[in-house]
Design a protein around this ligand. Structure first.
Ligand code: J2J
Length: 543
């Protein structure tokens, strides 16, 4: 196991092998076997471009050799930051084949987050688009590289071959295939990001064995076959569209992946019609837009058979509208990049699909629902969800202190979610004990924004709370205590200050409110519930 990662105890690993969860197959060997089995079938579609399985495998061979030629060696970490384009898939597998470990950044991340990811992962490379949605990624990468001495290479996806000085166009990461050793399936393959509670995202190591199991098992839950066509609308660097079953699960069965991303509902509907899309995955905010838009569309959506919705709480009201509006089955997904996935099943009745978040994917998932003292709560009562299993991490990368309280002594991961079991054994997410705001499916750590506010504004105290929002589920409100009366930065000023620090757009507060002092709980912590209730009434939008 790569240094800085925590493996499963040997005995547990043996059980997972004996149970057939872990098969000792690397993700790159899977790609090879897909190419053999599905050859000329279409693996990826992007705009007018169609790539067969055989082509994908060959592109990956050339790119892997190219990365080696550009100095990427086994064990290296490379931050992968691309939108939903075929190159994302090619670079992912190429890095794996070169023995390196992709670190998934969000396309929405900016200098502040990327600098952190490069530093904590010890990355030697960064893969970016030249521009995307009007943003100049090269300028950002130059800034990050200046502050990050270990970051040797920046690879740029561009159609014009012109790149900043010292950067490498991705088209030049191309060489005649060389023989490369298969990665060890029990080792880390790549890193996902936690939607975490700490000041900066933690890295989640995912092994070949555990991720191969996840894609295979989730494809089975969704009954995927080679006839399925998956529309990747959510950014594919998220675990949900990448492997639940998403892109990789679809490739595993020989289906076709249509890459969209950032697309508005009507454009997605056009793709559904054109490509005969059979399933997709959405966060509730997008599901809401699709359900509304479906009333007006003239596109034929009849090929859709399954829409997965997850990532944030789906209200039963909206859930009930999905099947009638889109003419297909709804599946609720409650998951996390750390591992555990829960799905409603196609055998569930409508009420279960509308009101619960389903049951764990694997018989190997061990679930505990406990009180504050880690004691099991009575059946049906809400409590903290703890989990361990064949695809749930045992530790974040290089984070021993955080790991000490994020896991129990016997290896259960503390999810920070409050859940209850229904009598039928499904889970219902009741709330969150962790200080994370879920804004339209994006996870925002309150601690991260609070730290930034204190560092870059003239305020003495800062607390970030989520306020209920019709469309996004929650919006963020920065509650501040001014350093001096008469000096109260307003919303545009607060946003500008954070923006100037290179903070991703989605994390900028939606509102700002001022109080004389933050209310405290009896234990002396900021009472965020009381605060949220107070500012929900008084917060000025500052617009
Ligand atoms: C309520 N809260 C939910 C749900 C996730 C599939 C689906 C989602 C994610 C994901 C994922 C929720 N109802 N249905 O990785 O593979 C909240 C919980 C959870 C956190 C995880 C996947 N589905 N959540 O959202 O790592 O609080 O993964 O712990 O981004 O999202 O966030 P993330």
């Amino acid at each position: 196991m790569l240094a800085g990662c925590t493996g499963w105890p040997d005995e547990t690993a043996e059980t997972y092998r004996a149970s057939g969860y872990w098969r000792g197959e690397s993700l790159t060997s899977l790609l090879r076997s897909w190419a053999r089995a599905y050859g000329e079938r279409t693996s990826l579609v992007h705009g007018e471009r169609r790539i067969s399985y055989a082509e994908l495998d060959a592109l990956v061979d050339r790119s892997a050799a190219g990365f080696r030629a550009h100095g990427i060696t086994p064990g290296d970490r490379v931050v992968l930051q691309l939108p939903n384009v075929p190159e994302f898939v090619v670079v992912y597998f190429a890095l794996l084949r070169a023995g390196a470990h992709p670190v998934f950044a969000l396309a929405a991340h900016r200098a502040n987050e990327i600098r952190h990811l490069c530093q904590v992962s010890g990355a030697v490379g960064h893969v970016i688009p030249k521009r995307h949605l009007g943003f100049d990624f090269e300028a950002m990468a130059e800034q990050v590289q200046t502050d990050t001495p270990g970051l040797r290479s920046v690879f740029v996806l561009t159609s014009d071959e012109e790149v900043a000085d010292g950067f490498v166009p991705l088209s030049e990461v191309d060489a005649d295939p060389v023989d490369l050793p298969e990665p060890d399936a029990s080792d880390v393959a790549f890193f996902l990001l936690s939607g975490g509670t700490t000041a900066m995202p933690k890295l989640i190591p995912r092994t070949h064995d555990d991720y191969a199991y996840q894609i295979r098992a989730s494809a089975r839950v969704c009954r995927l076959s080679a006839e399925d066509v998956y529309l990747a609308v959510l950014p594919i660097e998220f675990n949900f569209p990448w492997g639940c079953p998403g892109v990789l699960g679809t490739l595993d069965v020989g289906g076709t992946v249509v890459l969209a991303g950032e697309a508005v509902a009507e454009d997605c509907f056009a793709l559904v019609e054109r490509e005969g899309v059979t399933f997709t995955s959405l966060v509730p905010t997008l599901a809401r837009l699709w359900v509304d838009e479906a009333r007006w569309t003239r596109r034929d959506l009849s090929s859709l058979r399954l829409v997965q919705v997850g990532g944030a709480r789906l209200t039963p009201q909206l859930a009930a509208r999905v099947q009638p509006a889109l003419g297909c089955r709804l599946q609720q997904v409650f998951g996390m990049a750390e591992g555990l996935l829960c799905f409603t099943r196609d055998t569930d009745d409508d009420d279960t699909v509308v009101t619960t978040q389903g049951s764990p994917m694997s018989p190997g998932d061990e679930i505990r629902v406990v009180d504050d003292a880690d004691q099991e709560v009575p059946a049906g009562r809400p409590g903290h969800l703890l989990v361990r299993g064949p695809y749930t991490l045992r530790g974040y990368f290089r984070a021993p202190e955080h790991n000490a309280h994020a896991f129990t002594d016997d290896g259960y991961y503390r999810t920070g979610d409050i859940v209850r079991h229904t009598a039928e054994g499904n889970l219902v997410v009741e709330g969150r004990a962790k200080d994370v705001i879920i804004r339209g499916g994006d996870k925002i750590s309150a601690a991260e924004i609070e730290e930034l506010l204190l560092d870059h504004l003239d305020v003495v105290q800062a607390a970030v709370v989520g306020l209920p929002d019709e469309l996004l589920g929650e919006r963020t409100c920065a509650v501040l205590v001014a350093a001096a009366a008469g000096n109260r930065p307003d919303l545009p000023q607060v946003k500008r200050a954070l923006h100037a620090r290179g903070v991703a757009e989605y994390k900028l507060p939606d509102r700002v409110a001022y109080v004389d002092a933050l209310p405290l709980t009896p234990l002396g912590k900021v009472d965020k519930k009381a605060l949220a209730a107070r500012v929900a009434v008084t917060a000025s939008s500052g617009k």
